[in-house]
Design a protein around this ligand. Structure first.
Ligand SMILES: Nc1nc2c(ncn2[C@@H]2O[C@H](COP(=O)(O)OP(=O)(O)OP(=O)(O)O)[C@@H](O)[C@H]2O)c(=O)[nH]1
Ligand SMILES: [Mg+2]
Length: 646
């Protein structure tokens, strides 16, 4: 197969991910083995493992209708079936957003959500949790022709009265007029609102997820798609057709749905100029062909305001045919391999970096702590051994003095631990206040009030005012917790400083909690929503279903941000003092072992050599613990990334 490049890289990526999971699992076992695990860190590690296990790479294909999105998907990923797997035809074909992936639990199927579900105030994300709400067709993964037949359901449409279409938010007078339809009695609408396809294709099994979208304003009528699903895709592939160039509606889609979903960040974005074969002209020959492609690229790049080399000229149709017929020449002419390389190298590499970034952020901190703790235990045990080797234990006075000194140290230390416990109690009360300041109940109350106001308001202007107020209220809610956060930060710093100054504890830079980022995110969500509202082609009549859906999407996103803030504050408050507590425990253990040793020596001076030998033997397990950890860190490939991220 010629798309080995992408397949191989995807396979390598999934092997890399499996190895990473294995090394994290090893680290987890190491913590358990040496008794340095605590419930919160265990939770963090298990969450990371869970996240890696369910990791998917989502590629979203976006374009006006008939640009060749579906043909491109067929040629990039499903050519070895030997058929045109997903329906692609002239005119409007794909009728509803279609997600293609592999569901390990439920096997091969198409699940379709009926279009009438638009009237319900339930998000797509919630519908996905309710399989019983979808119409299911089983797929026979061993029979491409059966699958091809079953996929025809994806393009099903039906005629409904204009009123019904309007109620569903699918009637757009301006758009219809552009197609020469004026005042119709019936309107053709898709039967299905959303499709989920699962089958055990190797790429899908390795975590690839494809999102095919319909052209013709489907994005404008489903705010959740533009505001949630596209931004969370790892790459968006925007498709133009060489024979049409960038039309007005291509440009609208580019501006409103692609650029906004990437948040001005051109990473993970590929622009494909499809159908280059349509530019072939026998009279102009090869050089004429090349120059028309180049000139079309140049014009398109200028209109889209992107670099010319960010546009990939391809012929999806030739590529599919070439792959099915195993025709190398035709495949070269299709120019698909440049795009495949880009997806394989850039997108997968970027995903690796992002995953490593998360791991460095969440586990790097734990690993550093483990390294510090293991190192310091070893250093302390070695210095105690060196010290004891020099002491003249024959001298009873000397041993007694050392014993008294150590006891004294122990007492002072215990007193300090008590004061630490007191500070910790203050800290717990304060973090409780911080977490409660944006508790779910408070947020839900604000949201309920807004929904209430919105249902009473009769104009879109009124609704906009209420949603603005909601976002202001939510930001204020976070603002209230700033004082508590600042006080908590001061307390955390003071506790650390005390132990560093008095006992020479290794400097720990406590992680500090900031709520600024959540406030910024809320503002961004609001602004994206406003941009969507302003750009939507659908006439936003008062209380229109699209406006309602838009606001439900925004509210769901805002709720997620606050939920995240709440969860992050909880994790933070549970874990910020853990490294210090580990050091305290370790220090206590050291004093106790020193005391035990001195007592033994004091009781019977004849066993000095034996005791020294015990101390020496005690170093071995510590060394083993340290060496095992370095092997694990190497397996996690953390060194490279920790230096990268600094
Ligand atoms: N000449 C030529 N035609 C192509 C190429 N790719 C797709 N087409 C044709 O363009 C038409 C539309 O292709 P689709 O794949 O259905 O386009 P789409 O973007 O998925 O369209 P919607 O599903 O309606 O949004 C079909 O008739 C395809 O055969 C190509 O590379 N060259
Ligand atoms: Mg299509």
């Amino acid at each position: 197969m010629r798309n080995l490049e992408f397949k191989e890289q995807m396979h390598e990526y999934s092997l890399w991910r499996a190895k990473l999971m294995e090394s994290i699992e090893m680290y987890h076992q190491w913590r358990v083995r040496y008794g340095v695990n605590d419930p919160n860190s265990t939770n963090t590690i298990l969450n990371i493992l869970e996240g890696l296990k369910s990791d998917r790479i989502t590629l979203a294909f976006v374009a006006e209708f008939s640009r060749g999105k579906t043909e491109l998907i067929n040629s990039l990923f499903f050519s070895e079936t030997g058929v045109r797997l997903l329906p692609s035809a002239a005119g409007r074909t794909t009728m509803s957003p279609t997600e293609i992936f592999h569901d390990q639990e439920s096997g091969s199927y198409i699940r379709l959500l009926n279009i009438e579900s638009r009237l319900e105030d339930i998000s797509l994300a919630e519908f996905k949790q309710k399989p019983e709400r979808w119409t299911q067709f089983n797929l026979n993964a061993n029979s491409p022709s059966q699958m091809q037949e079953a996929f025809k359901e994806l393009i099903a449409t039906k005629k409904v009265s204009r009123d019904v279409a309007d109620k569903l938010g699918l009637w757009n007078e301006r758009e219809a007029a552009e197609q020469g339809i004026v005042n119709p009695e019936f309107v053709e609408i898709p039967c299905w609102r959303h499709a989920l396809i699962s089958f055990p294709h190797p790429l899908l099994k390795e975590g690839l997820c494809i999102l095919d979208t319909p052209g013709l304003n489907a994005l404008g009528t489903e705010p959740e798609l533009t505001l949630s699903m596209l931004p969370s895709a790892h790459a968006i592939i925007f498709v133009l057709a060489a024979d049409t160039g960038v039309t007005k509606s291509d440009l609208e889609m580019w501006r409103n749905h692609v650029c906004s979903a990437r948040g001005g960040n051109k990473h993970g974005l590929a622009v494909v100029m499809n159908k280059i074969d349509a530019m072939w002209d026998d009279l102009a020959g090869e050089s004429g062909y090349e120059s028309s492609i180049q000139s079309q690229i140049k014009t398109s790049a200028t209109v889209l305001k992107i670099n010319e080399n960010a546009i990939f000229p391809v012929s999806a149709k030739q590529a599919l045919l070439a792959k099915v017929k195993n025709d190398d020449n035709l495949f070269q002419r299709s120019r698909l391999s440049t795009l495949e390389n880009y997806l394989a190298n850039d997108i997968l590499k970027q995903r690796r970096n992002i995953l490593m970034g998360t791991i460095v952020r969440d586990i790097g901190f734990l690993v550093n702590e483990s390294t510090n703790l293991t190192e310091s235990s070893l250093v302390n045990a070695t210095s105690q051994l060196d010290e004891f080797k020099k002491v003249d234990f024959e001298n009873q006075d000397m041993t007694g003095k050392l014993l008294a000194e150590t006891r004294d140290r122990q007492n002072r230390y215990m007193a300090n631990i008590e004061s630490f416990q007191a500070s910790r109690r203050v800290f717990t009360v304060q973090t409780r206040m911080l977490i409660d300041s944006f508790a779910k109940e408070k947020i839900d109350m604000i949201i309920r009030n807004t929904k209430n106001d919105m249902s009473k308001s009769l104009t879109t202007f009124g609704m906009k005012q209420s949603i603005r107020k909601l976002f202001d209220d939510l930001r204020d809610l976070l603002q209230d917790s700033i004082d508590i956060t600042n006080e908590t930060r001061r307390l955390v710093k003071a506790i650390h400083k005390k132990f560093k100054d008095e006992y020479g504890f290794k400097e720990i830079e406590p992680q500090l909690f900031s709520i600024k980022q959540y406030q910024i995110e809320l503002e961004q969500i609001f602004e994206e929503g406003e941009a969507f509202r302003a750009s939507a082609k659908t006439t936003m009549t008062e209380q229109s279903i699209v406006i309602n859906k838009l606001y439900s999407t925004l509210i769901a996103k805002a709720r997620n941000v606050l939920k995240q803030a709440n969860a992050d504050a909880t994790t933070w408050s549970n874990s910020v003092l853990t490294p210090l507590m580990h050091q305290i425990k370790d220090h206590k253990k050291q004093i106790e072992s020193r005391l035990l040793m001195l007592r033994k020596i004091n009781d019977s001076s004849g066993t000095v050599a034996e005791n020294i030998a015990t101390l020496e033997a005690g170093l071995e397990p510590l060394r083993k613990q340290r060496d095992e950890l370095s092997v694990i860190i190497r397996a996690m490939q953390l060194e490279a990334y920790t230096t990268d991220s600094k």
